[in-house]
Write a protein that binds this ligand. Structure first.
Ligand SMILES: Nc1nc(=O)c2c([nH]1)NC[C@@H]1CN(c3ccc(C(=O)N[C@@H](CCC(=O)O)C(=O)O)cc3)C=[N+]21
Length: 286
């Protein structure tokens, strides 16, 4: 049986680090890190995530500013809110929950956030910095995955890492981080030929497809480390249930280590968001 990587436990350690940073900022600079969270529309899952983020922020001593906007909010109104948050010295981090409604230009909103307040790491300036291996605000989910991998492996150098999924928020930044760790990185996706065979070569397999249970035990190299980024809500007997992109029961018979869903990458993502917020606040000290 594979080692199960406990995301909740690791996340609580990261949250402790964030809380210690907050204390340091308060004590030495009388600065309280502030995180603004913007949610447009009333998607139920998004509301759960946003509530979790705010709860954890409070626990870490971070001030949170919540902005809930109607689904039919105009681009101009959202633009104006971002400007206001950019100009607010008490706000060190801005998170605009994605996806945004169809009529909003997502790329324009992301680009309008000050890069130093972009705690998601999605601004082109931060994406460019990560791609060039310069220090920056790194997207929270890949950062959390890397902490999980480092928990299992002292050295990732030379390992074959296969990332399934090529999104801007997980797949691509994950590839950049693993390249920095000297992995041999492959990004597989929906058009990849014989994707199962590609995955079978992976010492490290990152599943970020949004396709529930796609990855089966026979895709996995014996003793590989599997990180499941998928968080898919399905209904079983009228009950909401979360499952990952990996068939956990099968995969854990083959893998050396595996992260579960829930209790894996999700809590790590939130913890890294708060760590990014304290980093952003530190960088904004005048
Ligand atoms: N700008 C932006 N940044 C994000 O980081 C972002 C986003 N938009 N949009 C949506 C996704 C999704 N996401 C999750 C974070 C934590 C859990 C999480 O904590 N999940 C718990 C379970 C929570 C539950 O019961 O639903 C777990 O996996 O154990 C899930 C999902 C962040 N996202």
């Amino acid at each position: 049986m594979a080692q199960v990587i406990d995301g909740k436990q690791l996340a609580s350690q990261v949250l402790e680090d964030a809380a210690a940073e907050v204390e340091w900022l308060k004590h030495h600079f009388e600065s309280v890190p502030g995180l603004a969270v913007v949610l447009v529309g009333d998607d139920a899952a998004s509301q759960i995530y946003v509530r979790n983020k705010i709860k954890r922020a409070k626990e870490a001593g971070i001030a949170s500013f919540e902005h809930y906007l109607e689904a039919d909010t105009s681009q101009a109104t959202l633009d104006a809110l971002i400007q206001e948050l950019n100009d607010d010295p008490g706000v060190h981090g801005i998170l605009v929950q994605l996806p945004l409604p169809e009529h909003i230009d997502e790329a324009r909103i992301i680009s309008s956030i000050l890069p130093e307040k972009d705690v998601d790491g999605f601004h082109p300036a931060n994406v460019g910095a990560l791609s060039q291996g310069r220090a920056s605000l790194v997207p929270c989910t890949p950062q959390g995955c890397l902490i999980m991998l480092r928990h299992v492996h002292q050295d990732l150098s030379g390992k074959n890492a296969v990332i399934v999924g090529r999104s801007n928020i997980v797949g691509k930044p994950m590839a950049a981080l693993l390249l920095q760790e000297n992995c041999t990185v492959t990004i597989a996706h929906s058009r990849t030929r014989d994707i199962r065979k590609v995955c079978q070569e992976a010492d490290i397999l990152i599943a970020a497809t949004g396709s529930p249970g796609l990855i089966q035990s026979d895709w996995i190299k014996p003793e590989a480390t599997v990180i499941d980024v998928g968080i898919n809500a399905i209904e079983v007997d009228g009950q909401r249930k979360l499952i990952g992109d990996v068939d956990f029961d099968g995969a854990s018979q083959v893998a050396g280590a595996i992260s579960p869903v829930p209790g894996g990458v999700g809590p790590m993502t939130i913890a890294c968001l708060l760590l990014n917020t304290t980093r952003a606040a530190k960088n904004q000290l005048t």
